[in-house]
Design a protein around this ligand. Sequence first.
Ligand SMILES: Cc1ncc(COP(=O)(O)O)c(C=O)c1O
Length: 366
Amino acid sequence: MSKPEKRSCIDLIKPYVPGKPVEEVERELGLKNVIKLASNENPLGPSPLALQALQELLPRLHYYPDGNCFYLKQSLAEKLALQPQQLVFGNGSDEILSLITRTYINPGDESLAVSPTFSEYEFAMRMMGGIPRAIPLRGKYFEFNLDELAAAVNERTRLIFICSPNNPTGSAVDKERLDRFLQQLPAGVLVVLDQAYYEYADCYGSDAGLEYVRAGLPVIVLRTFSKIYGLAGLRIGYGAAPAEVIADLNRVREPFNVNSAAQAAAQAALEDEEHVRQSRALAAEGQAQLREGLMKLGLEPVPSQANFCFVDVKVDSRKVFQKLLQRGVIVRTGDIFGYPTYIRVTFGTAEQNRRFLEALEEVLKR
Ligand SMILES: Cc1ncc(COP(=O)(O)O)c(C=O)c1O
């Protein structure tokens, strides 16, 4: 076989390691009632309003989706007090990350992020031959040090990824420090403020980050319907940024990148504030339950502003992962984030959390 040589930057890409699907574990290990606490999904499922909107959409599936997400964009713009031209939708916020690097990154351009953080920033940079650089979070609670991040900016820096609340640590940066950080940045740098989990955080008001967009600062806020809205399977997220940034991204966006089911469900989900409130409350209860249970096992999870926690289990997390898997519990290992003795666990229902704690106790005892 003779195929073309791949681009040299492709060799530097580490394939994404997703959370294992429930069906795969049930099939491979012959188990039933497997629980997945590995991808920070919403254990309550989607809003009933979203499910109803999907039902109503089904007879119209032979039409292409609205490439401009017109109605969803109108609803969201109104809700967020933004102009429709300050919004772009993607096939998950993952897609918006790659729209950003496809638009702004030439080979050799650099980005900054913290470490550990969400791996897709590095992926999106590498895809374009860009160079991702990272500054470690500090202390046992993985705190952000934005002064260090600002000091690391150089003339090749184009993008700064700030994931807050941060995946996998759950730590967050407050608005005051972010305000100061933005004032220090030179021209020509776009800040990507990834707020996939911001609805769970109690350190932000609902406006978090959007005031930068309204003020025309070079900031793009990324949010998703995959987490608190419980629509991860449909793939839809959005970016809010000054209209000039959105216009740039729209040049590289595929015409029908967001399917019609995702648009309909997301629009209905936005209306369901009660579902969001319940989901947030369940995560807070889950955090309290897991913290108490983990502390009893002599483990201290990092305090989290999200719907998951990062905890040092003090032994090889891949072994713990395998043994939890045999007991029907899927979590995420910390080695993929550079922390081989940590695991990341999504807050589930009370029953799921109980099963996880029971399984972990057994695994660590052996
Ligand atoms: C921090 C962060 N950003 C973005 C995403 C991607 O979300 P989406 O499902 O919208 O692509 C995730 C998913 O896990 C995430 O953890």
